[in-house]
Each structure stands twice: as C-alpha cells, then as structure tokens.
Design a protein around this ligand. Structure first.
Ligand SMILES: [Zn+2]
Length: 337
C-alpha cells in the first residue's frame, strides 16, 4: 500500500489534470459553437449537443455551456479554472449573472477577479447582493414516483386571476391546478398541432438519388399542392407552382412524415436531429432555384438546421441580415461556416 503522502500527491495531480481537461473541453466547445458544428452533426443547440452528444446530465451540460460562453467573454476565466480559484460551478453562476445583468467585458472581468476563491455559497450571496435585476424564478420539476412529478413554479398575480376565472367558468372553485393546466395545455396543443391530412396518403421520403428525379418531375407535373383542382391554363399552373404558399395538405404531409421532429440527418453518421422545437418548413431544393412548395421538396427543420442550410446556401454574411432564413438545402458535413 502506498504511503498517505504519496497517495495525496497523486490525487492532487489527478485533480490538476481534471481541471486542465475541463478547460480544454470548454475551448473545444467554444469552437463547436462558433463553427456551428453541433448543428452539422445533428443537434439543435449547444445544450443538446453537450448533454446527448457528449453524455453529460442536463445540469452538467448547462454549466459547461454557460462557462464556455463566459470564458469567451473573459479570457481570465481560463487562469481561474487552471489554478483552482474558480470552479466550473462558480464560473457557470457568474455567467448567468453576467448575462442577466448584461455586463460588458470590463465589468464581467472585474467580477471574475473579485470573486476568485469564493465558496459557492459565498458567491451566491455576493451575486445576490449585487443583482440589480431580480434573479429569475427557479422552476423545478421533481419526479416523486413512477406516475407523479412535482412542479414548483412562481407565478404572478395575473396568472392567478386566470386560474380563478377558469375555475369560475368550470363552476368548481376547488378545481385542482393540475386540471386547469391540463385543459389549457390540451387546448393549446389542439390549436397548434399540425392537422393530419384528410387524405392520409403520406408521400414517402425521397431517397437522395431520386431527389433530382423528383425535382425534375415537379417541373412537368402539377405537384400535390391543390393544382389539379385549379384546372387553370399552363401559365396559371406555372405561377401557382411557383408560389411560396405551402398548402395545408403539403404542410400536414411534411409534418406527419417528420413525425413532429426535425428531419435533418447528418450525412456521415446518419444521426437525425429529432428536435421538436420551433419546426419550420424548409425547401430542399431552394425556392429561388425552382424548388416546389410540395411535401416532396419540403423538410421540417428546427431553427438551428434551418439556419445551417441557409448558411450553406447563401453564406454566413448574407444570412446575418435575414430574419428568418427559409430557402436552402442540407449542407455537406464538411461545410466550414
Ligand atoms: Zn434540427
């Protein structure tokens, strides 16, 4: 058995290596965000990339992403992490404070230097004392059994007025909050969920090699966007076909093929993004290049992948001026952006 002193020394070395490794990870993450590598390899955000792609818990992923962003703003963070005067947790806490209070680089740097070597508790108190903006209410969800999750949220008076009104309208002053929520959420989903097409025939996803064929076919065939019913002249058909308007049916067909999840697939690994947030319709062959607004030529993409393909199509500079990039096609994995 090795002596206590030797064991301690080796443990110290391991801790030092861990700190260096953390810093190295943050530097890599910074590049992954800058170059939007997370989107190219099939993730909808840095958070999802770190959690699912790198295998951290949600809390660990948030800490790492927050710390990486502060490191970018305040390079001194690197020294703090290396010499142990800041920890990943303290840097993440500082990062949320900096973001919330909208501190500039200089203010953020002073804050990092002022708070070196503080314990987490001391740091929390310090930040609370400095906060001009009230820290956001923490929402918690805790699984308390196989069937039950306990939610803790802070709400404003207006919220409680709405709850009271729902209870009045439902004639039950003791209606549980969970019931109020359930109904409100069902109503929201009913309104927003893309409707299933009446004709449940869903077009098959075109394979890569027949995408071109489909595109060619689109040129000669009034695609399934209600053109057949129009029965108009060739010119009318052409102008309809060139419309940016996406019919309810094409939209619904795209959504049901996508199963409500982002359809971006990393061409190399085959990893599909699958994000369910903020899906937008994307033209596979850009509208500007003659792509039709039909389900065959549409993809449901999350905002990260919409942007990725827009950048691939138009270049980074041009896209910055776009509010909502829409037209493009999936980029090659090696696309440097
Ligand atoms: Zn996506």
């Amino acid at each position: 058995m090795i002596a206590h002193e030797k064991l301690h020394e080796e443990t110290l070395m391991a801790a030092k290596r861990e700190k260096t490794a953390t810093l190295e990870l943050l530097k890599f993450l910074s590049q992954v965000e800058d170059r939007r590598t997370f989107a190219v390899v099939g993730y909808d955000s840095m958070f999802t990339y770190v959690r699912d792609g790198l295998g951290y818990s949600g809390a660990q992923a948030s800490e790492r992403v927050a710390a990486m962003r502060l490191l970018r703003k305040v390079p001194e963070v690197a020294d703090g992490l290396k010499d142990g005067s800041q920890t990943l947790t303290s840097v993440a806490k500082l990062a949320s404070h900096v973001r919330r209070e909208n501190l500039n680089c200089q203010e953020a740097t002073s804050l990092v230097l002022e708070t070196a070597n503080q314990t987490t508790e001391a740091l929390e108190k310090y930040l609370l004392g400095m906060a001009l903006v009230e820290p956001p209410k923490v929402e918690r969800s805790k699984i308390i059994s196989a069937e039950l999750t306990r939610l803790t949220i802070d709400v404003e008076e207006e919220f409680m007025v709405l709850v009271r009104r729902v209870r009045e309208l439902r004639g039950n002053p003791a209606l549980p909050l969970s019931e109020v929520f359930r109904h409100a959420m069902k109503e929201e989903i009913r309104k927003r969920e893309p409707k299933a097409p009446r004709d449940s025939r869903i077009p098959k996803e075109p394979s890569k090699e027949n995408t071109e064929k489909n595109a060619a076919a689109d040129e000669v065939r009034p695609a399934e966007s209600g053109l057949k019913q129009s029965g108009g002249s060739g010119a009318e058909l052409e102008s309809l076909k060139r419309s940016r308007y996406i019919s309810v049916r094409d939209r619904a067909n795209t959504h049901s093929r996508a199963n409500g999840a982002c359809e971006y697939i990393h061409p190399v690994s085959g990893k599909r993004c699958g994000s369910r947030f903020g899906l937008q319709m994307e033209h596979l062959i850009p509208f500007a290049k003659g792509g039709a607004s039909t389900a065959e030529n549409l993809r449901a993409y999350c905002p990260a992948h919409n942007r990725l393909s827009a950048v691939a199509e138009y270049g980074k500079k041009k896209i910055k001026s776009f509010f909502r990039p829409r037209m493009n096609k999936p980029s090659a994995p090696s696309t440097e952006i």
